[in-house]
Design a protein around this ligand. Structure first.
Ligand code: PMP
Length: 455
């Protein structure tokens, strides 16, 4: 590609493409990074700059880019058929993948409903939970409400936003949304209950909310262990288990949104495993295809599935579907991704990388504007604060996280902040040397932005 072609591409990108979660006024002023290729944990732009993919291309890449086995699986499927619908038909990889997911998922999840993004997986879970109570054996028509945690994030479609709790993303849309009930998110660094000492009063707050509203609650939806987009809140141990027990006790369904935490991100295949929790509905996306193709799935128990059975005229059918539901290319990519977990013993090898990341993160605590260093599995977050003692955040408009990530990018690392929190979530294929390199870049970028030098 010559200089003129590159220039033209960037011009069209600035003037035609509307980027997600992006203030286009700023974007149009900046030099766009146009990715041309990838290899392993690296991405390369059209100018030949190489970047470490420190955010797994928005938390979805697993084994790296251009993985031979996944590439091959997609090509092989392409030789057969690229797409055929699941509405009234089936296809080979969709069947095989469903069996595999049921085998891997927490016990009791026996039915797989496909869609194409994390948000649709969540919409489906919400509608299933709602409809379940309308037509289960002992219908409870008043159970129509949903409980979520503050600062929760479950996607950007209107239903998913209704149970979202991130004020600066979600507030504007309030008039469009159905009302939901929020319980306070447990967040040890900024806990409104125990202020860091973690006396687990947040558990009591959840219990009170569930007990008070159980008669009208269809389900509680949670991001297990780690609330991602809200700022990488890492829940105290036992919180998920307690939530599951409370749901069971009060007759409320539990929806586990493992779109971000699923497929090994927290160190086990699913975060629910860490607390021996088996939800009623499980939402999967992102890493399902290794970060290759848009595919998602909502898994349900037989108890829920059976409530949708009946005579045709009973209208108990789940009236929901998407054009690309169960897309064969996506399912083939997912099967290859899951197979690679086994052949490469990915999760076993990941454990020492998780420990290495933990060791190497320790030095960030010496930086005076890093208020909190937190990690769960292969998710690390560094919360930047203007004053450590008072935990005062930097003002939103300072774009401190963005500035750190900008410098990191100039030094060959792609990461995306959550306001003032720097998130590190590389593909599992990253080596320990590459982890060190990633952390060196982040360390000096934080120093440069918050202390004005990189010494
Ligand atoms: N749920 C969670 C927990 C997520 O982190 C995300 C995406 N970051 C979603 C749902 C939405 O997924 P998608 O962007 O694929 O719609």
């Amino acid at each position: 590609m010559n200089a003129e072609q590159k220039h033209h591409l960037k011009h069209i990108d600035r003037t035609v493409v509307w980027h997600p979660f992006t203030q286009m006024q700023d974007y149009a002023r900046e030099e766009p990074v146009v990715i041309a290729r990838g290899e392993g944990v690296y991405l390369e732009d059209i100018d030949g700059n190489r970047y470490l993919d420190g955010f797994s291309s928005m938390w979805c890449n697993v084994h790296g880019h251009r993985v031979a086995e996944i590439d091959r699986a997609i090509c092989n499927q392409l030789d057969r058929v690229a797409h055929s619908t699941l509405l009234g038909l089936s296809n080979i990889p969709a069947i095989q993948l469903a069996a595999k997911l049921v085998q891997l998922a927490p016990s009791g999840l026996e039915r797989v409903f496909y869609s194409d993004s994390g948000a649709t997986a969540v919409e489906i879970a919400l509608k299933m939970a709602f409809q379940y109570w309308q037509q289960c054996e002992n219908p409870r028509s008043q159970k129509t409400a949903f409980l979520h945690l503050t600062e929760s994030y479950h996607g950007d479609t209107v239903g998913a936003v209704s149970i979202g709790g991130i004020a600066h993303f979600h507030r504007l849309y309030r008039p469009l949304l159905f009302s939901a009930i929020a319980a306070p998110a447990p967040h040890p660094y900024r806990c409104e209950h125990c202020r860091g000492s973690c006396d687990k009063t947040c558990f009591d707050a959840l219990e009170q909310t569930i007990a008070e509203h159980a008669h009208r609650l269809a389900a509680l939806i949670v991001e297990p262990l780690v609330q991602g987009a809200g700022g990488m809140f890492m829940h105290p141990p036992g919180y998920l288990k307690r939530a599951a027990d409370l749901c069971r006790k009060h007759g409320v369904l539990l929806i586990a949104d493992e779109v971000a935490t699923g497929f090994g991100r927290t160190g086990t295949m699913f975060a629910c495993e860490r607390e021996s929790v088996a939800p009623d509905l499980l939402c999967l996306g992102k890493g399902l295809t290794g970060g290759y193709l848009p595919l998602a799935a909502t898994l349900a128990t037989d108890e829920i599935y059976n409530a949708f059975l009946g005579d045709y005229a009973d209208m108990k059918t789940f009236f929901h579907g998407h054009t690309y539901t169960g897309n064969p290319l996506g399912c083939a990519a997912a099967l290859a991704t899951l197979e690679k977990f086994e052949t490469d013993r990915t999760l076993e090898k990941l454990q020492s990388k998780i420990a290495h990341l933990a060791d190497q993160l320790a030095r960030f605590r010496t930086l005076k504007h890093v208020g909190d260093v937190r990690q769960t599995g292969f998710i690390a977050a560094l919360e930047l604060i203007s004053n450590r003692a008072s935990k005062t955040p930097y003002p939103f408009e300072d774009r401190i996280g963005h500035r750190v990530c900008d410098i990191a990018r100039q030094n060959g690392l792609l990461i995306r902040p959550l306001v003032n929190t720097i998130v590190l979530m590389p593909p599992y294929a990253i080596s320990k040397r590459e982890i060190d390199h990633m952390l060196d870049i982040v360390f000096s970028a934080i120093q440069t932005v918050t202390e004005g030098d990189a010494q």
